[in-house]
Each structure stands twice: as structure tokens, then as C-alpha cells.
Design a protein around this ligand. Sequence first.
Ligand SMILES: *C/C=C(C)/C=C/C=C(C)/C=C/C1=C(C)CCCC1(C)C
Length: 242
Amino acid sequence: MIALIANLNPGDYVGFTFFIGSIAMLAATVFFFFEMNNVEGKWRTSLLVSGLITFIAAVHYFYMRDFWAENGTSPTELRYIDWILTVPLMCVEFYLILKAFGAKIGLLWKMIFYSLVMLVFGYLGEAVYKSQSVFMAVLSTVGYVGILYEIWLGSAKKLANNSNDPRLQSAFKALAWFVLVGWAIYPIGYMAGTEGGWLSGTGLSAYMDIIYNIGDAINKIGFGLVIYTLAVSSSSKQTATA
Ligand SMILES: *C/C=C(C)/C=C/C=C(C)/C=C/C1=C(C)CCCC1(C)C
């Protein structure tokens, strides 16, 4: 029999998390797309972007699950293609909610540039210059810190402070915490799974993909839910006062 889709073996817990990840991302996508009907005009774009993030991830997870089932190795290329599409879209989410408070397109490009630095060096350390993985992680962290700087201290933070909307401010705070704590899950996976990584001798090396998969579920779906909550609360206030 020709198997079009490789099967997961019993006890393949990494494979299970790829499978659960693909279904969770798919379910979240359906949710965000349908909920677009329940929010006011400008919030629809934000929900659309949330749905696109989980949709792009869902497609990649189906492929990654298959790759893992067939090869038993990390689907590094698929992983980084997913991230290089979805992380800039997460920057777009920041830009969209801050636009009403004066965010310029330059802020978005700056954050996308930092994302690219973070991801390109991450990829190089995982797939190309494997013996230099720690050095590549340091360069990647420069990009990560750039994003953290923008949203915790820099211009994004100032724009959020300027807004007189407490709902926007608390959503912005929540997203900033996701980037600080939720995104910090990824370097842990990297240090566990890469050659010479700081955690590679701890027995965690087989768990890199589980760690990445948990990070993706928390960050991509969590981010979307923060946006969703902001969109719904802002929309209902408008209709209540209309
Ligand atoms: C949806 C995917 C997301 C939010 C991916 C985020 C990825 C990171 C924050 C990765 C960061 C890394 C470092 C800061 C250093 C080591 C290499 C990376 C790429 C794992």
C-alpha cells in the first residue's frame, strides 16, 4: 500500500505534539476568521492577521508532522519558513493596534528587520554553521533584544503610553509579556537541541521540537486571543454608546 502520509509511531511524543499543534492552529484559525464578523471595522484586519498567523502555522505543522514521521529529525527548514512568515505578522499586529495612536510604518519595518536578524542567525546556527551555534544565538539575540527594546522602552512603548485607552494599554502590556516570556521559550529549545548548545548535555536534546511546539502554541494562539479580547471589548463599547 502506498502511504501518502507517514504514520506516527506509538510513543512518538514529539510527533504527537506536531499533530496536536496542527489541529490547534487549525481550530484557532477557524475561530479567528469566524469572529471577524463580530467586531467593528478596523478590528477585522487585526483578527484577519491573527487568523493568518495560525493558518500559516497550521499548514507548516501538517508538513512538519509528516517530515518528522518520515525522517525522525527536526524539520528545520519548514520551521524557519513558518517563523519568517509569522513573526513579521506578529509585528504587524503591534503596528495595527498602535496605528490609531500615531505609529509610523517605519516602526513596523524596524521590528521586521529585528525579526529577520533574529531568525536568519537562528537558522544559520541550527542548519549551516552548526559548530558555531552559540555564537549564532548571540547574534540572533541582538535582534530579539531589539524587538524587546521597542516594545518595553522604545517608540512602540511610548505610543502605547500616549493612548488614552486603558483596554489598548492592557492588551499592549499582555503582548509585551508574551514577547518577553513566551518568546524566551525558543532559545531554551535551541540551546537544548543544537550542537554545543548550553543545554545540549542535559538530556533535553531530543526535546527541541517539543519545546518549539509548546512555544508556538502559547505564542501564536495566545497572541491572537489577546487581540481578539481587545477587538471584542472595543467593539462592544462602541455599540453600547451608539
Ligand atoms: C510563531 C513563532 C515565533 C513567535 C518565533 C519566535 C522565535 C524566537 C523568539 C527565536 C529566538 C532565538 C533566539 C533569541 C536565539 C537562538 C535562536 C532563536 C532563533 C531560537
